[in-house]
Structure formats: C-alpha cells, structure tokens
Write a protein that binds this ligand. Structure first.
Ligand code: GDP
Ligand code: MG
Length: 441
C-alpha cells in the first residue's frame, strides 16, 4: 500500500543524520514512485514532489537539527496541502433551510450518504428533510425511504401523478415543502449514471439551478482509481460542486483518488464514507488523512470514538455517582481499566505534534499503576470496596499481605481514591470530564 511504501522510504531516511542532495533526490524519487503506484494523478505527483524537493534542499532542512525528520515533516505538510489544507465544514444558510445537493455517478454512494448525512445532522440538533430526486431507477425512491427510516428522518418523494418523472420539479417542491414545514436542512438525492453522460449532467445542473443549493457535494467512490480524476473534472464542468465526499474508503482503496481530487478540482474533501452502515461516516480532516497515509495511524479519530463511546452512558452514571457520593473503589478500578486500552495510543501520541492536554495526561499515566491498583482492590472485600471509610489499620494490613503490596502502597491508593472522589464530585457539578479516570490519575 501507499502507506507501506512511504514508511519504507522514511525508514531509510530516518537512519541518516545529514542529508546530501543525492539523498533528497533518492527519497523524492521513491515518494514519486509510491504515489504513482497508488494512482495519484501525474500532475499532482509532479507538483507535490517538486515542492518537497525544493523545500528539502533548502535552508529549513540543512539547518535543522534532524534533517531526515524535517523532510518527513515537509512531506506531511505538503500532503496536508494537496488534501485541501484546513478541514472545511458545511456552510449553513443564514436563512434556513440549508440546501445540500448530492451529485455523482451511479453506485458512488449518494443515497447511502444522504442517510448518513441526515442522521449526523439530526444528532447535531438539526431538522433535516431528504428529497428523492432520483427518478431514474425504479427502486431509487424506495431506497431513500428505507435509508430515511433508518436515520429517523422524513423523506419528501413525488406523489403518483404529481410530478412523477420530473426530478427538477421534485427537488423544487421538496425545498418549498421544507420551507413550509420548517425543516432547517434539505438533502437532495439525485440520479447518477454508470459513466459520465451529457443528459445526466444536464439534469443535475438543472436541479442545481432550480434549488440554488448552499452546498453541492460530489460523491466519489474512492475505489475507482485513476478514473476518479476524469470523473471529478467532468462533474466540475457539468454541474460544479462545493465539496467532495470520498466514499468506500473502507475498501481496498489505494488512496490515490483521495490525494488527487482536492488538488485537481480545487474543492475540499469534506466527508469520508467508510462502510455501508449509516454511522460509517466522518468529517474529513486533511491532516489526519496525511498522518494515516504516512502511517502514523488515525489516532485522533480513534480517541474521538473512544470518547464518544464513553460519553454516551458511562459519563452520566459516573457523574451521578460522584454527585451522590456513591463512587466506589470498584468504579475507580473500572475507570483505570478503561484507560488501559489507550496504552498503545499513548505511544503513538508522542509522534504527533500539538496534542496538548490530552497528550500530557496520557503521558503522565503509568500503566503499571493499573496493575498495582487492580491487585490491591481485588484483595478487598465487597464491603470495603463500596465503603472505603471502614478501611482501618488491620484491614489495610490484611489487604497489603493479600495483594503483595506494602501498607504504604495501600494507604497511598486509598488517599488517591479519596482525593479523586472529592475532586470529581466538584467536577461533576460543573460538567463531566471527557476521559474516564483522568482526574484520579
Ligand atoms: P448511489 O447510486 O450513488 O446512490 O449509491 P448507493 O448509495 O446506492 O450505494 C451503492 C452501493 O455502495 C450500495 O450497495 C451501498 O451499500 C454501497 N456503499 C455506499 N457507501 C459505501 C461505503 O462507504 N463503503 C462501502 N463498503 N459500501 C458503500
Ligand atoms: Mg442513489
């Protein structure tokens, strides 16, 4: 894969202290080959390697403490740049409803995306409406209705005998319906063909004129490789769009499409679709994609997911326990154990710049601590765990013996627990901490 190839290139580079022009050229050549192999468009590759080479041979590298590391940094920067630089968020209309039109080839993932986007918007407090303007395929309207039901979002579809066959009219009526019923966002699903086709472009373009969308999202299957660029250009000319959605990034995509489209079209990649389920969807972050390609792993996304999973249920329960003073040593242990899964993340964090508070907290966290805490708490009786106040001297001695720790260590743990419970009780009144156990640790 592209990541593997680039990782190899950098491995060679990392062992070098000072870099010669030949080193830089060799590295750039490797990168060029890796990108071309991954189906990145030739123009994009040329541009990219040209910029990397120029910078790598310049002052910033020759003066750097670690020249090889500096080259990696440059490659990362330039990758972020060709992926669109900053993350671009959806633009909402000043006067609702915000109209989002989807365009792309048949099978690109538009209808699925309509559902994902609707669900995501709804979760974010919006009131989306789906509009079924794909009247090409017999089953298209029904497919959108199924997706809408899954997302819990209503679908505006043509009524029999009233506009059937005219997707432009359905789109226009759908937006009007949203205005009347006060939906704040409208997602217009449109038809696609198997290949680029003049009639299809005309239809999409007419829908665009009819509903004057705030965003036109071009959906492209990341697996189609080199064709992605030609398809994107055709849609840019034929319909024009404000943002790109890469779908099927979960597949065996070589990543080249992603690398080419933003720079070829000058339109940002805004979302990534990563599966058939409605939750397999995320806003696209150029910097994270660059890290992923450079094999740093998509750590931030991982952490966000971990946080989200925790946030849902646990946070409320834990906060309640803090507030009512019923936080026990078992809860304390559970929190620490949840942190254990993040151990491998901690290691990777060191490689990422700008992780701020999160990084510090994770780095201060010692995994052996979990093992010790576990041993001590497991040597306690249920009564002791739920009510640590009863832990007198003789009980502490028994626990120390049972767990193979010293009494001092048992005392330290109990103190830490008490402090944590006190602190967390305060925190719970003002809000819930993002990561379990961070406070106590
Ligand atoms: P449309 O013709 O552009 O509306 O495409 P659809 O939304 O109907 O999707 C075509 C097929 O691709 C369906 O079988 C979807 O389940 C599937 N699909 C859509 N998005 C993804 C994705 O991100 N990953 C995977 N693996 N499949 C997807
Ligand atoms: Mg469809």
């Amino acid at each position: 894969t592209l990541s593997d190839r680039l990782a190899d290139t950098f491995k060679n580079l990392r062992t070098k202290g000072k870099l010669s022009a030949a080193d830089v050229d060799g590295t750039v050549r490797e990168i060029r080959r890796a990108l071309l192999d991954a189906d990145v468009a030739l123009d994009v590759v040329k541009d990219f390697t040209g910029r990397v080479r120029e910078r790598a041979l310049g002052d910033e590298v020759s003066k750097a403490l670690n020249p090889a590391q500096q080259v990696v940094q440059i490659v990362n920067d330039e990758l972020v740049t060709i992926l669109g630089g900053q993350q671009r968020r959806l633009e909402f209309a000043k006067k609702p409803p915000t109209v989002i039109m989807l365009a792309g080839l048949q099978g690109a993932g538009k209808t699925t995306l309509a559902g994902k986007l609707a669900k995501w918007l709804k979760k974010d407090g919006h009131t989306p409406l789906l509009v079924a303007s794909d009247l090409q395929r017999p089953n298209a309207v029904n497919q959108l209705q199924v997706v809408g039901e899954q997302a819990g979002v209503p679908v505006y579809a043509p009524e029999p005998g009233n506009g059937v066959g005219d997707p432009v009219k359905v789109a226009r009526d759908g937006v009007r319906f949203a205005e009347q019923k006060l939906y704040d966002t409208v997602i217009v699903d449109t038809a696609g063909r198997l290949g680029v086709d003049a009639e299809l472009m005309k239809q999409a373009s007419n829908i665009r004129k009819a509903v004057d969308p705030d965003e036109v999202l071009f959906v492209i299957d990341a697996m189609i490789g080199q064709d992605a660029v030609a398809t994107a250009k055709a849609f840019l000319d034929g319909v024009d769009f404000t943002g790109v959605v890469l779908s099927k990034l979960d597949g065996d995509a070589r990543g080249g499409a992603a690398l080419s489209i933003a720079s070829v079209t000058g339109r940002p990649i805004m979302f990534a679709s990563t599966g058939e389920g409605l939750d397999d969807f995320e806003p696209f972050h150029p910097d994270r994609m660059a890290s992923r390609i450079l094999d740093l792993g998509d750590i931030l996304t991982l952490i966000e997911q971990a946080q989200q999973n925790f946030d849902e249920e646990e946070a409320r329960k834990v906060a309640e326990k803090f507030a009512t003073d019923s936080f026990t040593l078992d809860d304390f242990l559970k929190q620490m154990q949840q942190l254990r899964g993040m151990g491998s993340i901690k290691k990777m964090m060191g490689m990422l710049p700008g992780m701020g508070q999160m990084k510090e907290q994770l780095q201060n966290f010692d995994e052996r601590e979990i093992v010790r805490t576990e041993a001590i708490i497991q040597s306690m009786t249920t009564a002791e765990r739920t009510n640590p106040k009863i832990l007198n001297g003789s009980r502490r001695l028994r626990i120390a013996k049972g767990s193979g720790m010293t009494v001092t260590e048992v005392n330290a743990l109990v103190n830490r627990f008490e402090q944590a419970a006190k602190m967390m009780k305060t925190v719970a009144k003002g809000g819930v901490p993002n990561i379990p156990g961070m406070g106590p640790v």
